[in-house]
Ligand binder design. Sequence first.
Ligand code: PEP
Ligand code: MN
Length: 339
Amino acid sequence: MIVKMHKKATQQDYEHLIKALEAKKFKIRDVSSDTVKIFGVIGDTASLDIHDVKAYEGVEQVIRVQSPFKQASRTFKEEDTIITINKDLMIGGNHPVMIAGPCSVESEAQLDLTAKFLSEQGVKVLRGGAFKPRTSPYTFQGLEVEGLKIMRRVADKYGMSVISEIPSAEHLEVFNTYTDIIQVGARNMQNFDLLKALGKAKRPIMLKRGLSATIEEWLMSAEYIIHHGNAEVILAERGIRTFETYTRNTLDISSVLAVKHLSHLPIIIDPSHAAGRWHMIEDLSKAALAVGAHGLMVEVHHNPETALSDGAQSLKFDTFESMMTQLHHLSNALNRPLK
Ligand code: PEP
Ligand code: MN
């Protein structure tokens, strides 16, 4: 960490700051030039909050050179993390993975129809919301535990794995029982109690990027889960809030490159919640594969017009099928065949 002092800072300010940092076991190097007073802070500065250092009298600027996330960082672990799901599916390697299913589990018949179709398309991971984090309390809230049980039964029938969103820490046991991957929704990305609890989960975690989260905040949330005991974290970019209203969110495609540079964790793209419009899903999925995402998560519904949530962004079966043909061509050409 580099601390640049203000021109008007006094010798007393320097000494006060140095004393405080040395008391926290950091080593201080004076790297000043003729005109500016600069201190280098050496040690495990991940534990230092940049704003706390800025609060000292005479400090003008503080620059981090070491990332505040440690275990999630590429410096900590150079090689890519590959997460194995149900012994045979790997997320994070050279084969991007397709995760698909309805926004919400609506009934056993609906999910059975969808899973049958998706498994015939080669999809190995079934998504579906059982606890739905809806903006309005008056809209469909999900089938809750019954929805998870339906997912498990249907996924087992078609040899698929289950991913579903956990609403809070108290549901951990039930998610350990019925799911294969536990999803943390965008709205819960900084629910630190939940993240801590997921450190004890027996399942890999898919951590969605918060609506207005920076990449650093997102990786810090991953750090919470790893620090509390669970190193199996998959990141999911699902679009962020910008001034644009045409799309539901703005897909930050460059976050894949940033995350792959900063971290060893796998990253997938959810174009459905990013765009909010079904006609954009195929091309955004192609972009996701081209930029090197480790997978995709796409919403599919047998009849989007009657879907209980997110119909406008859900693909019909025939559109999904033709998209898969295109994605296989592209992923083969990229030498990263889709699984
Ligand atoms: C979802 O995937 O079902 C969902 C609610 O997404 P997000 O948390 O990204 O809004
Ligand atoms: Mn949805």
